[in-house]
Design a protein around this ligand. Structure first.
Ligand SMILES: [Zn+2]
Length: 212
């Protein structure tokens, strides 16, 4: 009697998810292809703050899940007000610290951040981190662009790393910049600065030693 074997209905896979090839085939079968009438949802590229991988998400979305590590990604903008007790912020949106806010041990991961209050802690921004109020930051700072406004004294307790740094006020501490540091007229940069390109404009001052 010939042996009868059925085909497995479920495609075996360790993760419980469909293998990539099978998944893509099914997605292709069920995806709508309307040629020119196809609706293009505007998307933006985000970097997951948990695993560091890039994903594309709809621009208007307020939250999403990382396609790599499935972490929940908050995309809303966050306001930190005076009297706020919130100490941890994780968002792909922007953070604004309002004037008269005083907070230490604040931990922020976001896109752009504007600091008008006196806050300390650690800040990681994929975009611009701008200080509009004098403060001493005890934790580490990392940003694509770090800006210290005119009249602002920023003291770095544990140092800062950025691609570009623009100093219009006073910045002191250990600074590491991948691309460029610009010290503008009337500004002072004090401390140890590691950067391949430090430009001190006329009227600006750089006190310290660079490692290049
Ligand atoms: Zn992730």
């Amino acid at each position: 009697m010939p042996e009868f074997k059925t085909e497995p209905i479920v495609v075996p896979s360790d993760s419980g998810l469909l293998p990539a090839g099978e998944r893509d085939r099914r997605v292709a079968l069920t995806s709508f292809r309307g040629g020119d009438s196809r609706v293009q949802v505007p998307t933006r590229e985000v970097i997951c703050y948990e695993c560091g991988s890039k994903s594309r998400v709809p621009s208007a979305a307020l939250s999403a899940n990382c396609i790599h590590c499935h972490a929940h990604l908050n995309m809303a903008d966050v306001e930190i007000r005076p009297g706020s007790r919130r100490l941890t912020v994780r968002t792909l949106g922007d953070v604004h610290v309002q004037p008269d806010t005083v907070l230490s041990h604040l931990s922020v991961v976001c896109r752009h951040m504007e600091v008008e209050g006196r806050v300390s802690g650690s800040f990681r921004c994929s975009g611009t981190l701008r200080f509009c109020e004098s403060t001493r930051v005890g934790g580490t700072i990392s940003a694509r662009r770090l800006v210290v406004d005119k009249g602002v004294q920023l003291e770095l307790g544990s140092g800062a790393a950025a691609e570009e740094v623009e100093v219009y006020g006073q910045l002191s501490g250990i600074l590491q910049a991948k691309k460029k540091v610009t010290v503008y007229r009337g500004a002072v940069l004090e401390g140890n600065c590691k950067c391949p390109d430090i430009e001190v404009r006329p009227g600006g001052r750089y006190v310290g030693n660079d490692s290049y």
